[in-house]
Design a protein around this ligand. Sequence first.
Ligand SMILES: NC(=O)c1ccc[n+]([C@@H]2O[C@H](COP(=O)([O-])OP(=O)(O)OC[C@H]3O[C@@H](n4cnc5c(N)ncnc54)[C@H](OP(=O)(O)O)[C@@H]3O)[C@@H](O)[C@H]2O)c1
Length: 328
Amino acid sequence: MKYQASDKRYKDMVYRRSGKSGILIPAISLGLWHNFGGIDDFENGRAIIRQAFDSGITHFDLANNYGPPPGSAEINFGKILDLDFRAYRDEMLISTKAGYLMWDGPYGEWGSRKYLISSLDQSLKRMKLDYVDIFYSHRPDPNTPMEETMMALDQVVRQGKALYAGISNYSAQQTIEATEILSSLGTPCLIHQPKYSMFERWVEGGLLDVLHEKGVGCIPFSPLAQGMLTDRYLKGIPEGSRASRGEFLKKEQITPAYLSKITELNKLAMERGQKLAQMALAWLLKDERISSVLIGASSVKQLEDNLLSLKNLEFSNEELNRIEEILK
Ligand SMILES: NC(=O)c1ccc[n+]([C@@H]2O[C@H](COP(=O)([O-])OP(=O)(O)OC[C@H]3O[C@@H](n4cnc5c(N)ncnc54)[C@H](OP(=O)(O)O)[C@@H]3O)[C@@H](O)[C@H]2O)c1
């Protein structure tokens, strides 16, 4: 049936500014790293994106290598745009990235101008887009001058192939360098995408302060620690879950020590009238320097559950202290 977006789609979503830019980002954004590839159920992915857009999620995050196979998430996203969303393109903020291995030979990964620009051209073809909203350097390249990588981001923005530039997985010090180069080129860095969750807190050791100081937004990825910060693994490892597939989240990562923390956090979430996933997202969003949390979902139900986190973003000091105790 022809898709018609809900006319209530902007009713409940909260939008936050990305740093000191003009761009508002939904507090919850959807990433297509898993569940949208060539091996996945196309209609399930399509239903998740429809539900997301109907709920005010305007931001969809991709990368050249998402699949599997690499590239297939962008191909599928292009098909979903064709089927349902071309008419809504101006209501969508679509990002892609280049940095990890995408093709054979010396020009298929890292941070050279050659790789970044040809990769973005390929991504645009796969999604059948004239431009993406945000193009990221997916990871810093220790062997390419930072100037070269940033000049490539600046160039694609000037060419209109991307509207904004972003960086991902850059340390606090690398972020200072990258943002200063980008500013000097006249293309400010819009946003940084770091891994950040209750279980992965390296950004608190400096990066968040740098981003705030430089006026750059922050969109944490894997905010649910790939599903560990949900009720998914409380009673074992369900068939079909990410840990059961074992590629990016290994069964062995769900140790008794983590399970005990998850169980305690789950109790506290229930006392707050939330699911653990909702509390884990709210805990990140309580910090206003966080522009959005970038979630994944393998079903419409998970997405709907996660959206409900926005109903309660407040924490008492006692709750925050209890969380710190549990996470010790
Ligand atoms: N820049 C980078 O280097 C980088 C790296 C990784 C990710 N990312 C971006 O961040 C996005 C999100 O990453 P992620 O998928 O790891 O995020 P996540 O939100 O931490 O994990 C998502 C997974 O958790 C489970 N889940 C989600 N909601 C749930 C709920 N309510 N109840 C139970 N289980 C739930 C699902 O796993 P099941 O499959 O088990 O159902 C889902 O696929 C990616 O799509 C990508 O856009 C970027």
